[in-house]
Design a protein around this ligand. Structure first.
Ligand SMILES: Cc1cc2nc3c(=O)[nH]c(=O)nc-3n(C[C@H](O)[C@H](O)[C@H](O)COP(=O)(O)O)c2cc1C
Length: 174
């Protein structure tokens, strides 16, 4: 089975998480290609997909949303996992709870195009420079913290569960 790990990243965190997922799948014997979504020439040529995007203003980046919409036929009937990279780990108290609720809305928007086996929301690198001075001011005022919140063990565990599922799908199709 050829697996596409496709991503839409603004500042690089989503790309790094996608590369880690791809490396974990490869280490477990799967044929995998990691590509930013705008470099995927023929999405139909893959048998399974792990697709992720950075979150901006509670939605996937346009590149990620456009890819899902354009490729919905290619994805239909094939195993798909989705991941989003946002900032819940950088928030605290009620804002963190808000981020969990926002995940449901985020996923609902994606389900218009695809029926994923699973969706995960990870936290990426949250940097003041990318927010701009006013955004950074507001973010700090609500108790947000800047930093690198990527949780590699959780990403590895999720990748491992995908690798297992892919092996089961492969075995069942033989
Ligand atoms: C302008 C801006 C808006 C953002 N909006 C959200 C949001 O609505 N929800 C969220 O969880 N994270 C939000 N984030 C945080 C980013 O998704 C997070 O920093 C992520 O790591 C970015 O991934 P990337 O490095 O691949 O672009 C926002 C970041 C910026 C700079």
């Amino acid at each position: 089975m050829r697996v596409l790990v496709g991503y839409a990243s603004g500042g690089g965190s989503t790309a790094s998480i996608a590369e880690a997922v791809a490396a974990a799948l490869h280490a477990r014997g799967h044929e995998v290609v990691a590509r930013t979504m705008d470099e995927v020439s023929d999405a139909r040529s893959y048998d399974a997909y792990v697709l992720g995007s950075a979150v901006r203003d509670q939605a996937w980046l346009p590149l990620g949303r456009d890819f899902l919409a354009a490729q919905r036929k290619a994805l239909c009937g094939k195993p798909v996992w989705l991941f989003s990279v946002g900032m819940p780990g950088a928030l605290s108290g009620p804002w963190r709870r808000w981020a969990s609720l926002a995940e449901a809305d985020l996923l609902a928007g994606l389900l218009d195009h695809v029926a994923p086996i699973d969706h995960r929301l990870f936290t990426g690198v949250v940097s003041a420079e990318r927010f701009g001075w006013f955004g950074a001011l507001v973010f700090r005022a609500v108790g947000g913290r800047f930093g690198d919140f990527r949780e590699w063990p959780a990403i590895e565990m999720w990748s491992s569960s995908i690798a297992e599922a892919l092996s089961e799908i492969e075995a069942a199709s033989r």
